[in-house]
Design a protein around this ligand. Structure first.
Ligand code: ADP
Length: 436
């Protein structure tokens, strides 16, 4: 702005001089003088404009010195120089911050990949290069699904629910097991964090195999012992009262161990990720009828048992696994409901999901225990659980079966009033009948 009044003063001065010439000489002389003076003024400004234009055409103007200027142009060049200095400073600060950030992320033990909204790689650290067998220089802007080819990963990316990490076996490096976690941020960008859990998985596999092997080894001797005990009690070979009592006790304990071994084997089968869920149509109405019969035989007339079927939607999944999970819920309801109580079984569709519920008017559960019920061997009352033939593994089995079917368990309970256990199945697990 300071150049403008200077320019105005020059024009006013020239006009005044031209006016004086007009008065002293004549109008022609005055106009001649005025035109010449304006022409010189234009040439002066054009010269500096040319300097500025040349300077702006240099590929990196900030590296070349600005031309010197006088008057208004001096001001313009000085301001431009200041602006360039400030810009250079903030550029340097930004580069330093970026370098620090890159050094920090490179030192991280986790792999980090920045994905844009179309899941193309924007940046990744060296650990991610190792994990995914990629080279950032070569693979920048590539679709991440071209490089991480597991179908579960493509599905994980598309469901947009990244609350749980995904475990994948890296096929480019067979021995590597990765835990992948996506974190959405900014403008539809995503951070893909990879952790090498090969050793952890190795220990977990060892634990699973050990439990499965021990259970398997125990199965046969227990069957033999149980068989002998049964024969002994049937044939009435033991005559003393003490011997008879001991035989009953030994038979009960053997049965308990057999149940435990069976439950442990079921759990290790469910935990084995190689063991894929069978995808068959499951007629829940039929299963519900069977469970109703089972509940009646377990209850032996001690409870009022009802069932309601509000939909004929079928489930896509494994019949054996689902039947075992539902049967555990039914058996719990009977075992934890005093005589004369009610047990209701139902299958309905709600909010687009399939809901299987077992409700009882039994002893109920304190709120503090509810989050831990699905842990192995967690019991609210150990003697009650054992007394009714429990193994402490029933709800752990239920949780695993539901997880494998992308379903979740909802528990509502009040001590002294009763409990409700519902399994919620997502829409993709439902097969809607044509007449629905
Ligand atoms: P358990 O073999 O001991 O029944 P579960 O895993 O099936 O083992 O259940 C864990 C615990 O949850 C039980 O020991 C019991 O305390 C509680 N529980 C499960 N179902 C019910 C129910 N319907 N009513 C009251 N408590 C229950």
């Amino acid at each position: 702005m300071s150049g403008f009044p200077g320019g105005l003063v020059v024009v006013i001065l020239l006009t005044a001089v031209a006016g004086s010439i007009w008065m002293i000489f004549d109008i022609v002389m005055a106009l001649l003088f005025y035109s010449m003076a304006l022409l010189l003024l234009v040439i002066y400004h054009l010269r500096y404009l040319t300097f500025l234009d040349r300077w702006l055409q240099i590929p990196d103007p900030s590296s070349a010195t600005l031309p010197d200027g006088s008057g208004a142009w001096g001001d313009v060049f000085a301001r431009l120089a200041r602006l360039m200095r400030n810009q250079n400073q903030s550029h340097q600060q930004l580069s330093l911050a970026l370098e620090r950030l890159q050094r920090a992320t490179s030192a991280m033990p986790e792999g980090v990949v920045i994905l844009d909204e179309t899941n193309r790689i924007e940046w990744c650290n060296p650990v991610a290069e190792q994990h995914f067998g990629i080279d950032f220089k070569r693979d920048a802007s590539q679709q991440i699904t071209f490089l991480v080819r597991q179908p579960q990963f493509a599905e994980y990316l598309s469901i947009l629910n990244y609350s749980e990490p995904l475990i994948v076996k890296q096929t480019r490096r067979q021995e590597l097991i990765l835990s992948l976690q996506l974190v959405p941020y900014g403008d539809k960008q995503k951070l893909l964090i990879s952790r090498d859990i090969t050793r952890l998985e190795g220990v977990e596999t060892m634990r699973r195999d050990f439990v499965a092997n021990v259970s398997h080894e125990l199965r046969t001797p227990l069957t033999v012992i149980g068989g002998f005990f049964e024969t002994l009690s049937e044939e009435n070979w033991i005559s003393s009262e003490m011997g008879k009592r001991a035989l009953v006790l030994m038979t009960d304990q053997t049965k308990r161990m057999q149940r435990l071994v069976e439950d442990l084997l079921t759990l290790s089968r469910l935990e084995n990720t190689q063991n894929q869920v069978q995808e068959e149509p499951v007629n829940v109405a039929e299963v519900l009828h069977e469970l109703y019969q089972e509940a009646q035989s377990l209850s032996a007339g001690r409870h009022h048992i009802n069932f309601s079927l509000d939909t004929d939607v079928r489930l896509k999944g494994s019949l054996d696994e689902l039947r075992s999970a539902f049967s555990n819920l039914v058996s719990n309801a009977i075992r934890y409901t005093p005589n004369g109580g009610e047990v209701d079984l139902s299958w309905k569709s709600q909010d687009g999901q399939g809901v299987f519920t077992v409700e009882d008017s039994g002893i109920g559960i304190d709120l503090e225990h509810i989050p831990r019920l699905v842990e192995r061997f967690y019991r609210v009352d150990l003697s009650r659980s054992r007394g009714t033939g429990g193994t402490g593994l029933g709800l752990a089995i239920v949780k695993h079966v539901l997880n494998r079917h992308q379903a979740h368990l909802k528990i509502v309970s009040e001590p002294g009033k009763g409990s409700s256990f519902s399994a919620w199945f997502p829409k993709k697990r439902l097969i809607v009948q044509k007449n629905e």
